[in-house]
Design a protein around this ligand. Sequence first.
Ligand SMILES: Nc1ncnc2c1ncn2[C@@H]1O[C@H](COP(=O)(O)OP(=O)(O)O)[C@@H](O)[C@H]1O
Ligand SMILES: [Mg+2]
Length: 241
Amino acid sequence: MILLEVERLTKRFGGLLAVDRLDLTVRANEIVGLIGPNGAGKTTVFHLISGFHTPTGGTIRFKGHSLLGRRPHQICRLGLARTFQIVQPFAELSALENVMIGAFNRTGDVEHARRLASEVLEFVGLGGTRDAPARHLTLAQRKRLELARALATGPELLLLDEVMAGLNPAEIEHVIGLIRNIHARGVSLLIIEHVMQAAMALSHRLVVLHHGERIAEGAPDAVARDPRVVAAYLGSEETAP
Ligand SMILES: Nc1ncnc2c1ncn2[C@@H]1O[C@H](COP(=O)(O)OP(=O)(O)O)[C@@H](O)[C@H]1O
Ligand SMILES: [Mg+2]
């Protein structure tokens, strides 16, 4: 079953074509990796799917519903949640309160939201810091808090934007395990990942963006050997996959 179906998705910022007629699908129970050099348009694709930007052209369907014209909270209500590359928790609120805000997507009951948020914080390994103000958390903890906030909304499809950026190898291992556990709970994922080994290890399928265009798609090992993909990465400052 196809969960997310993006066709000819296009976003123009003035003279810049940030996303150029992108076709992309995510099926139920799939983990799809969206990769590509810096500036390729990956985050813009997430902004478009989640309703934070209006497409210049193309269509986006989730579970058969068109997402065009829907507000971010309405899209979240349909079961599509995302994390932000630049995490911005409410600094003065506790970790628990930050995650409760996500949980209010599913319930209007404060005690129920508190229980849901508590469970999700345990699940991501932040149970011990639930009462700490978000501004006291380390980067790795804030990344997990961002993940927890999105998870608490109860998504069927979760979009993760570079949740491993800036983390050390041990922290990356932990997040890879978490993503596997999230998937095992029946959540499908579309992940933007800069840490190539992680993208390769987690994804069933990779889609490669370059200058807003899809230049390759397929099984991770085949995509990593694709000459166009190697050239795109060598042409930038990034490490080849
Ligand atoms: N709000 C915006 N206004 C103008 N240009 C933007 C905006 N957001 C992104 N861009 C440009 O679009 C391109 C793609 O950016 P982005 O989607 O953030 O890439 P990625 O996430 O792949 O690094 C970049 O050239 C970026 O400068
Ligand atoms: Mg980005």
